[in-house]
Design a protein around this ligand. Structure first.
Ligand code: AMP
Length: 214
């Protein structure tokens, strides 16, 4: 099964993808995670991407398209995968279609996760992750037992440098202007399945499972 997750920053795409890959035994392809790893490892891609990411802008299309093309050829993608954070604009969506016809793949569903803007800002500003194991927290909705310390491994929690209010505004703006046209793009292809992204994690997972089983 191949799924595209569409949603604004903070809509829960990554969280839901992590839950669903376990249930569906498919791979999780997050361009945001790949780029953050590249930045941390100071690779050529990372050095090129860093300044765009810290401002909340999109990294050049050619960079992310190449990352995805390399990634989908890895053995763990054989069973299928979730694209989380890619495509982010029409150019990327068209390139994905071309890439899929080259590799004889097809998108089964595009799941659009809807969350109101006020909730998105609250989710993003409070979001923290463990430096060590990557577990996600929220200072209000999902606080660790000890402030700034991971419940699972005792690692220190950190805030992404683009999860600060000034950058969040720009990221939401980029979503509105560049990414949200993809709703129409996938709707025209009859692939769009829209779900509400508010409520308990498990309820949202159930909604996704329901729309992809039809
Ligand atoms: P995310 O973790 O998906 O919120 O992505 C974090 C940042 O990585 C974004 O604000 C962009 O700067 C960059 N990024 C992630 N995916 C893409 C993409 N498909 N195209 C361009 N930039 C991306």
């Amino acid at each position: 099964m191949i799924l595209v997750f569409l949603g604004a920053p903070g809509s829960g795409k990554g969280t839901q993808a992590k839950i669903l890959i376990e249930k569906l035994k498919i791979a999780h392809l997050s361009t945001g995670d790949m780029l953050r790893e590249a930045v941390a490892a100071k690779t050529q891609v990372g050095n090129e991407a860093a300044s765009f990411m810290s401002k909340g802008e999109l990294v050049p299309d050619s960079v992310v398209i190449k990352l995805i093309e390399e990634r989908i050829q890895k053995p763990d993608c054989k069973n299928g995968f979730i694209l989380d954070g890619f495509p982010r604009n029409t150019t990327q969506a068209v390139s994905l279609d071309e890439m899929f016809s080259k590799y004889k793949l097809k998108i089964d569903h595009c799941v659009a996760i809807e969350v109101d803007e006020q909730s998105l800002v609250k989710r993003l500003t409070g979001r923290r992750s463990c430096k060590n194991c990557g577990t996600g927290y929220h200072i209000e909705f999902q606080a660790p037992k000890v402030k700034n310390i991971c419940d699972k491994c005792g690692g220190e929690l950190f805030q992404r440098n683009d999860d600060v209010e000034e950058v969040i505004k720009d990221r939401l703006n980029v979503y509105k202007t560049k990414t949200s046209p993809l709703i129409e793009f996938y709707s025209k292809k009859n692939l769009l399945r829209t779900i509400a992204g508010t409520g308990e994690f498990s309820e949202i997972t159930e909604r996704i499972l329901k729309v992809i089983s039809k």
